[in-house]
Ligand binder design. Sequence first.
Ligand SMILES: *Cc1c(COP(=O)(O)O)cnc(C)c1O
Length: 370
Amino acid sequence: MKGRSLLMIPGPIEFEPEVLRALGAPTTSHVAPNFIETFGNSLELMRTVWMAPTGQPFIISGSGTLAMDLAGANLIQPGDKALVVSTGYFGERYANLLSRYGAQVTIVSAEMGHVVGIDEIETVLKADQYKLLTFTHVDTSTGVRMDPQAIGALGKKYGVLTVLDGVCSVAGEEIRQEEWGLDVVLTASQKAIGVPPGLALLVASQAAMKAFHSRSTPVSNYYGDWSNWLPIMEAYEARKPSYFATPPVNHVAALEVSLEMIAAEGMEARFARHKEFADTFRSAVKGWDMSIVPREESNSANTLTAVYYPEDLDGNDFRMKVVKAGVIIAGGLLKGKPGYFRVGHMGAVNRNDIHATITAIDHALKQCRS
Ligand SMILES: *Cc1c(COP(=O)(O)O)cnc(C)c1O
């Protein structure tokens, strides 16, 4: 493809041609038998990808922020206490969102590049009874990764519902929702799930659904109310027609194709592939004598890497030279000095894409320094 460049940002990502073909296929009725099958199958495949055999999946038109909103709107009642564990940009967003629904929000946050310690979270949970805890699995602004297994265990120990913002991790990083006791694992289509932007996706545990069913006040968000959506998800899974709001027919068709490909690769193989690519990219970063934003390699994501610009480089100029070399990378999402850039390596990326990215950065560095 002449003039094609490689999109290596933390979403949207490069998509499989089969997925794009499904997106471009003729649109059917949302109650056509083949579409009912596609929707039902996609819901079932989500349980495989999320590793949540008894979870309740939801597929709703919208972006990742809607997925965050759905968990907040349906699980919070005015006055509920919520703990937001923030490692950057999207933690702040979650705190704002939850307070709109009347939650009393406590935030524990880490400095840029750091995780919030598990013992620090435990100290806060011990001191008060919270209804809900949210955390960003992979913080897209820094590439810092929290440990979902430890947080799931804390949730169980202290009787708190845990919400994992996995917009930058689901289908790339290891997540075993049910085994790890996580109550909501949410994402959007355009990141490691591998479908163009347009779908909010989440799986809720039985405990989360129970908390939802025992609300004493109605959900104040009309579009997002699970009372409207649960019967729709159940109907599609039972292969029956139903309607609340028109589903994004083409996007769901593309989702089915992508989820089939993810399931065929196998979750263990997929986790390992993302780790391999992240390791390859990070060793190139070491070779350039640059440093990554996460302070510890063990807290560094496998789906993206954030790298500080070396002092002798003009960050924007460097990034434009990488783009000219055919690879689109992202700038920083947090303001301040020193600046940094971000490279997404998730979803349908392959080894060649990683090497092409490394080569483009090499080339840009030589140009900047010549
Ligand atoms: C991208 C992202 C979001 C927001 O998703 P949108 O689709 O842009 O609304 C939320 N959380 C994390 C961790 C993300 O990476």
